[in-house]
Design a protein around this ligand. Structure first.
Ligand SMILES: [Zn+2]
Length: 122
């Protein structure tokens, strides 16, 4: 479950951010997720696990879409997969051309999880 590793890194980054702003705790954590990078439910429960006894223990986790550029080798169309869906269909969608339905597609940017912002209570 690589979601646990990701969640641990996120909590670590949130913790550092709170400290560097001399805050008391984080109230909201906004994370950008590329389609197919993680499973939403897994990431949420991993985050809930990892945030215990940290500055992020009461933080609300907000997941936003990090759009992914995809290139189809069949029809040479470029498109962006953007909608964040909670189901694993997300990973499938990122591998199917929206133009011709082909599956010979390349992700032009690597899927990933990025900490976008932290709301800190002082
Ligand atoms: Zn295509």
């Amino acid at each position: 479950m690589h979601e646990y590793g990701i969640a641990a890194e996120l909590v670590e980054a949130v913790d550092q951010s709170v400290r560097s702003h001399q805050g008391r705790r984080a109230s909201k954590v906004v994370v950008g997720v590329s389609p197919g990078a993680v499973e939403e439910q897994s990431l949420r429960s991993a985050f809930d696990e990892a945030k215990r006894n940290t500055c992020a223990s009461e933080a609300q986790l907000v997941l936003e879409v990090a759009p992914q550029d995809v290139y189809c080798l069949d029809c040479e169309e470029r498109f962006v997969v953007g909608a964040f869906e909670s189901e694993s269909s997300l990973a499938t969608r990122a591998r199917t051309c929206t133009n011709c339905g082909g599956t010979a597609v390349l992700a032009l940017n690597l899927p990933g999880v990025v900490l976008r912002s932290v709301e800190i209570e002082v």
